[in-house]
Ligand binder design. Structure first.
Ligand SMILES: [Zn+2]
Ligand SMILES: [Zn+2]
Length: 137
């Protein structure tokens, strides 16, 4: 099955030839910037299964976990599509809002809840992890 998605302006499109590994809601401080105040929802895939067309820009910084992470976005419309960690290059985290069918993302846990503001709403059905959980794969 092919999973497809892309940015808001459609300059960047992707095709994924794999099932999602795991989906997590992340409230780390960086995700609050990217999520415009909220956390982000990230669905993890094997990076080798993801084919991207169009031009991505890259913003690299050290995450709260201590890992160097790349955050890839469309330079035209600013949509964040992917994040990747240098520590685990075999995985690519796809921002779930960029999936053509965001319903494919089924969050399994909420992470970095210790960084969330007091007004944050968490899904009480999901386990919460205060900081970085063990690697997804
Ligand atoms: Zn775009
Ligand atoms: Zn995060």
């Amino acid at each position: 099955m092919n999973i497809t998605g892309g940015c808001l302006c459609k300059a960047v499109r992707y095709v994924i030839n794999a099932e999602p590994v795991v989906t997590r809601v992340c409230w780390c401080r960086v995700c609050q910037y990217i999520g415009a105040g909220s956390g982000t929802v990230n669905t993890c895939f094997p990076s080798a299964a993801v084919t991207v067309s169009g031009e991505l820009r890259d913003y690299q910084l050290t995450a709260d976990s201590g890992n160097v992470a790349q955050r890839r976005f469309c330079g035209n419309c600013g949509t964040h599509l992917f994040s990747a960690s240098e520590a685990r290059p075999h995985l690519l985290f796809v921002r779930a809002g960029t999936l053509d069918d965001p319903g494919l993302a089924r969050p399994a846990m909420t992470i970095w809840t210790s960084m969330a503001p007091a007004w944050a709403c968490f899904d009480e059905r999901l386990p919460k992890v205060e900081r970085q959980p063990p690697p997804a794969a």
